[in-house]
Design a protein around this ligand. Structure first.
Ligand code: FAD
Length: 555
C-alpha cells in the first residue's frame, strides 16, 4: 500500500481534517461570523482547541462577563455575572446594560465610555451599579468592541468586578494616613520614619522645617551619626532583637566641632511586612525606625547661660585668690632679698669682730630689723591663700577658648571689639588642667581688650586661632593694640611689671601668672617680635607632656 493512501487514525488528526473540510465548503446557512470563529480556532501541539473550551472558560470565569449588541442590549451573561448582579441570565438577556445603573454615575462618565466605544476603542473605569436586590456596588468595568469582517462594530464585550471592598480599604488607608499625618504634623517634635538604610519614609512638619534650617543636609543622617556614638545600631540584627531607646541626648556640631543644637531622642523599631509579590508566601519583614526628637536647644542655652554666669563668678573669685597669692608671693620674694642682704651684712660684721666681742648698736638694730622682717615674712606666708588642687585630664583647647569668649562676650560687646575666632576643626586633646588653662586664656584675652583700650588705637579687633602643629596645640591671640616694645618683651613676664597708659593701680601679675601656668603645662609663651601693628602672643602646649609630670607640678 502507498503511504498517501493511509487514512489518519489519530482523533486529533481526524478533527483537523474535519475542520479543514468544514472551512473549505461550509454547509448552507452558516453565517460568516461562525466560519470566521472556526477559522480562528487555536491549534496546539495537542490538536485543535474546540470552541466549547472557550465557552467553558467564559462560563467559569470569576469575572462577570456579558456580551451586548451595539446598543448595549445584553445577548449573553456568564455565571459570575449572575452571582454578582443577582439577575439570572434569562432575566437580563434582551435588556440594556443600564439595568445595572444606579443613576448616580455622572453622565460625563457614560459619555466618555460611549465616546471610546464609538471610536472602536476599549474603555475602563468605575461605575456605581446596583444589584437586583437594590444593593449598590462599585463596578470596575472594561468594555471592548468586537469588530466584524466588514470593519464595523458588531458586539461589545463587558467584563466587570465588584471593587467596593477594595475601594473601602483604599479609602480607609488614605483616611488613616491623613489622620496619622495630621497628628504627626501637629506634634511639636521632630518625627521621621527611617528605613533600614536610614532613608526617610515619612516625616512631619518639624522635620521638614529642620531640613530647611540645615540647608539640604539630611537631618536623619546627622541624627543617626550622633546616635550611633551613643547607642549601638546593628542593622544586621534580626528585627525582633532590636531594642528601642528613650531620652538620648545628642547634639549637632558645626564645622569646628562645637555643639549648636541639642535634641532629646527616642526611637521605636517598627516591623513592616514586605509587600512585594516575591514575599507573598514568606514572612519577610523590614525594620523601620520611628525617630522622635525633641529640640532642647533653648533649655540647653539657658542652662549654659546659668553655667556661664556661675563660672564667671567662680572665675572672678579664683582670679582674685590667684592674684592675691601671686602678689603675696611676689612681696615675700621682694622682701626676702633685703633681709638676706641684712643677714649677710650682720654675718660679715660678726666675722670681722671675731668671737667674744660684743655686738655694736648698729649690728643689734640690724638683727632687730631681720627678726621683725622674718616675722612679717612668716605672717605673709601664713596668709597665702591655699591653691586649688585640680586633676590633670584630657582638655580640648577649642572648648577652653570658647568658654573664655563666652565669659568675655559682654565686655567685648561693651568695648565694641570685633572678635575673629578661628578654631582648628580637629584638635587633639592635651593633657592638662582645664580650669587653670581657662584662667590663663581669660587673662590673655582681658589683656588684649585692655590693650585695644589704650590711647591711639583706631582698629578694635582681636583674633584667636587654634592649630595642631606636630605634637602640640598652638593658640595665637592677636590684638590691634599698641603692641609690646622689643625691650619689654621679657620684662612683661616679671612680677609687678605694668605699663598701661590708661589703667592705673593694677598689680602687674597677669602675665607672670600666665607664664607660670604655661610652664606647669611644659609649654611655651612667645611674643612675636615682628608682629605689627598690635601684639601677637603664641602659647604652645604639648599634647603629651613629659611622663615626669606629676600632679604636684600643676598645683
Ligand atoms: P443613557 O441615555 O442610556 O446613556 C447616557 C449617555 O450615554 C447618553 O447621554 C449618551 O451620551 C451615551 N450613550 C448611551 N447609549 C449610547 C449609544 N448607544 N451610543 C452612543 N452613546 C450612547 N452602565 C452602567 O451603569 N453599568 C454597567 O455595568 C454598564 N455596562 C455596560 C456594558 C456595555 C458593554 C455597554 C456598551 C454599556 C454599559 N453601560 C453600563 C452603559 C449603559 O449602556 C448606559 O449607557 C448607562 O447605564 C446609562 O444609562 P442611562 O439610561 O442612565 O442613560
Amino acid at each position: 500500500m502507498h503511504l498517501s493512501q493511509i487514512k489518519p487514525e489519530d482523533p486529533k488528526e481526524k478533527m483537523a481534517e474535519a475542520l479543514g473540510k468544514f472551512l473549505s465548503s461550509p454547509p448552507k446557512g452558516v453565517t460568516a461570523e461562525v466560519i470566521e470563529a472556526f477559522g480562528r480556532t487555536i491549534q496546539t501541539d495537542d490538536g485543535i482547541l474546540p470552541p466549547r473550551v472557550f465557552i467553558e472558560a467564559v462560563e467559569q470565569s470569576s469575572v462577570a462577563i456579558s456580551i451586548t449588541n451595539t446598543k448595549a442590549r445584553i445577548l449573553y451573561a456568564n455565571q459570575a455575572f449572575e452571582s454578582l448582579t443577582g439577575y439570572a441570565a434569562e432575566e437580563v438577556v434582551g435588556k440594556n446594560q443600564s439595568i445595572l445603573s444606579y443613576k448616580v454615575t455622572p453622565i460625563s462618565v457614560y459619555e466618555e465610555l460611549w465616546g471610546c466605544l464609538l471610536q472602536q476603542k476599549s474603555w475602563n473605569g468605575v461605575l456605581i451599579n446596583k444589584r437586583k436586590d437594590g444593593e449598590r456596588y462599585l463596578a470596575n468595568l472594561t468594555v471592548a468592541p468586537v469588530i466584524g469582517t466588514d470593519g464595523a462594530t458588531s458586539y461589545y464585550l463587558a467584563l466587570h468586578r465588584d471593587v467596593t471592598e477594595v475601594h473601602e480599604l483604599e479609602r480607609q488607608v488614605r483616611n488613616q494616613k491623613v489622620l496619622i499625618e495630621s497628628v504627626v504634623d501637629a506634634a511639636p517634635v521632630v518625627m521621621a520614619l527611617l528605613d533600614n538604610n536610614g532613608k526617610v519614609l515619612l516625616d512631619n512638619h518639624d522635620y521638614k522645617k529642620l531640613l530647611g534650617d540645615m540647608r539640604g543636609v539630611e537631618p536623619a543622617d546627622v541624627f543617626l551619626d550622633s546616635l550611633s556614638e551613643v547607642i549601638a545600631f546593628d542593622r544586621k540584627l534580626p528585627c525582633k532583637e532590636r531594642r528601642g531607646f528613650i531620652n538620648q541626648e545628642i547634639s549637632f556640631k558645626n564645622r569646628q566641632g562645637i555643639a549648636t543644637r541639642w535634641f532629646n531622642c527616642s526611637g521605636v523599631w517598627v516591623n513592616e511586612k514586605n509587600i512585594t509579590a516575591d514575599d507573598y508566601f514568606t514572612d519577610a519583614e523590614e525594620c523601620c525606625l520611628l525617630l522622635v526628637a525633641n529640640d532642647i536647644t533653648q533649655q540647653k542655652r539657658q542652662q549654659n547661660q546659668i553655667k556661664t554666669n556661675a563660672l564667671r563668678a567662680l572665675m572672678a573669685e579664683q582670679q582674685l585668690v590667684h592674684g592675691m597669692r601671686e602678689t603675696l608671693s611676689g612681696a615675700i620674694y621682694q622682701l626676702q632679698a633685703p633681709l638676706n642682704m641684712a643677714a649677710a651684712v650682720v654675718g660679715m660684721m660678726q666675722r670681722r669682730q671675731g668671737n667674744g666681742h660684743e655686738s655694736n648698736p648698729f649690728q643689734s638694730a640690724l638683727l632687730d630689723v631681720i627678726r621683725s622682717g622674718e616675722q612679717v615674712l612668716e605672717s605673709l606666708q601664713q596668709s597665702l591663700p591655699p591653691e586649688d588642687q585640680e586633676a590633670v585630664s584630657p582638655v580640648n583647647m577649642n572648648e577652653v577658648i570658647k568658654d573664655v569668649i563666652d565669659l568675655s562676650i559682654h565686655r567685648l560687646l561693651e568695648k565694641s571689639v570685633l572678635m575673629d575666632w578661628d578654631p582648628e576643626a580637629e584638635l587633639p586633646n592635651i593633657s592638662g588642667r582645664f580650669y587653670a588653662l581657662r584662667t590663663l586664656f581669660k587673662q590673655l584675652l582681658d589683656n588684649a581688650v585692655d590693650a585695644i583700650d589704650e590711647p591711639g588705637c583706631t582698629r578694635r579687633e582681636i583674633a584667636i586661632q587654634t592649630r595642631h602643629v606636630d605634637d602640640a596645640v598652638e593658640v595665637e591671640i592677636r590684638d590691634t593694640g599698641p603692641g609690646i616694645a622689643g625691650n619689654k618683651r621679657h620684662q612683661v613676664f616679671e612680677p609687678f611689671f605694668t605699663d598701661w597708659q590708661h589703667i592705673k593701680g593694677r598689680p602687674g601679675m597677669g602675665l607672670t601668672i600666665a607664664m607660670d601656668m604655661v610652664q606647669k603645662h611644659h609649654g611655651s609663651i612667645d611674643i612675636d617680635p615682628h608682629y605689627h601693628p598690635g601684639c601677637s602672643i603664641k602659647i604652645t602646649l604639648p599634647v603629651n607632656p613629659p611622663q615626669t609630670i606629676n600632679q604636684d607640678e600643676y598645683a
